[in-house]
Each structure stands twice: as C-alpha cells, then as structure tokens.
Design a protein around this ligand. Structure first.
Ligand code: SF4
Length: 129
C-alpha cells in the first residue's frame, strides 16, 4: 500500500493522457499534493524513512524547470551534491551539462533529480530499504 508520498512518486510515473483506458484517478488530497512542489520538498527535507538520513549533510531534492518536458533522473547524490544540496554538480554534472547542450538544452530548461534524495555513505549501492 502506498502512502501519500508513494502515491505522488508512483503517479508521476504513471500519468496518462485524458481518455486513456489506464487513466488514474487520485484522491483530491493526493492530486493537490502532486502539484505542490513546496509540500513535496518539505516532506523530503524532513524525511527519516531510511538509515541514510543519519549520515546525509542535507537532502538533495532537485533543480531546474518544474514545468520542463524533459526530466533527468540519476541514482543518488554524491559527495559534491550532498555538500551543495543540488543534483549533478560534480564532474558528472559538468558532463551532463555538456550532453544537454549537445542535445540543444540548457540546464535550466530541464528538471534534474535523483531517485534517492540523500547520499548513501561512501557512494555504496542503495539497499532495498
Ligand atoms: S534517501 Fe529517501 S527515504 Fe531515505 S531518508 Fe532520504 S529522502 Fe528519506
């Protein structure tokens, strides 16, 4: 069973066009939260749902155009991202910026985030938890 946060994340992945047979209907409250970035960001900032919370410097929510048609999703923040609170700011970020430019996008035109919002210690692989 999904809680409110789970519904938001899950529904983002499952969004369909109106009229699609698989269109998803969310409860009004969840639908409102889906479009409330401030609430979602605050939920992440206060999140202690897994053990990574104890070792992070700060959460790394995401950055960029919240209405972008293109979203770049990484695995998890690294050391640079943990320090600065923004995804893809280290060497990987420089490479990503160059790749985006080669595709005709500025970094500010897309939305960039990670699946995990906190850095796993020593960049270990995320656990099932
Ligand atoms: S990694 Fe995700 S679930 Fe774990 S504490 Fe951070 S925001 Fe919460």
């Amino acid at each position: 069973m999904l809680d409110a946060m789970g519904i938001q994340v899950w529904s983002r992945r499952q969004q369909r066009q109106p009229g699609d047979a698989a269109e998803i209907t969310l409860p009004d409250e969840a639908e409102e939260q889906l479009h409330d970035w401030d609430s979602l960001q605050q939920s992440v900032e206060n999140c202690n749902r897994c053990t990574i919370a104890a070792t992070r410097t700060q959460t790394v929510f995401g950055t960029g155009n919240q209405n972008a048609e293109l979203m770049i999703i990484g695995e998890a923040p690294g050391a640079d991202e943990d320090r600065q609170g923004e995804p893809f700011v280290g060497r990987a970020g420089q490479l990503l910026n160059q790749m985006l430019l080669a595709c005709g996008f500025g970094r500010e035109q897309v939305y960039i985030a990670n699946i995990l919002k906190c850095r796993p210690q020593a960049n270990r692989n995320p656990s099932p938890e």
